[in-house]
Design a binder for this molecule. Sequence first.
Ligand code: OAD
Ligand code: ZN
Length: 244
Amino acid sequence: MWRVAEGGIVVLTGAGISAESGLGTFRDPGGLWTRYRLEDVATPEGFARNPALVHEFYNARRAQARAARPNAAHAALARLERALGPALLIVTQNVDALHEAAGASRVLHMHGQLDGALCAACGHRWPAPEAMAIEDPCPACGSAATRPDVVWFGEYPAHMDEIGAALAGAELFVSIGTSGNVWPAAGFAAEARARGARTLELNLEPSDGANVFHEARHGPASQLVPAWVDEVLQTRQRPAPRPR
Ligand code: OAD
Ligand code: ZN
């Protein structure tokens, strides 16, 4: 179980951090949910109705995500992790692997991952090939019930116990590139704040829950995140004053 060390930082990321890597967000103009009905492609009911359409949607997103490169914001968080180790936990709503591609490893994917396949019959998980179909037999039970290992609306997000423990122990909670529309992630800032954390938002524009943050900075993640990481490292690495 991953916890954040006492006085640590919990970072929550959303689609906005990957936008400058060329991956579209959901709710911005032209975003995925303006072009697809989420009921069709991001619910268990949609998958039951038309599994081929759902696989087509995620196969395309997987191909895009695998071709994408991390940007300066992902790189800055990986740099922060190298400096802070267990005092940093990255919780992401993103299903891409750009945090890991930038070198971060303490990353919890609460909405699953495009790089995973999941058997809807037995729950077995395995690495996703580039393109999946429901007919692909499960390596464990042989069922033709292959689905992407992503969390759909109406399903329970992953790692909630670890996230809850981390929020309770965090000194600082930072939300990056998320619109604050989707629960339970939308409630994390208030939860961390109620447990004594300072809360900071780094986003292109004020999010839906903007009033729960002690501080907000608005602009592109590729600029805001490296600047914030520099600040944290300057403060935390400042040597203790020498006694005279
Ligand atoms: P949204 O598309 O809802 O929000 C993206 C946020 O990023 C918006 O507030 C934008 O203003 C901001 N943004 C856009 N470009 C940015 C940039 N270059 N730098 C900084 N911020 C930028 O995406 P999420 O909040 O991640 O869930 O969406 C949450 C969940 O809703 C997703 O995980 C997905 C979706 O339905 C599931 O599929 C279960
Ligand atoms: Zn199976």
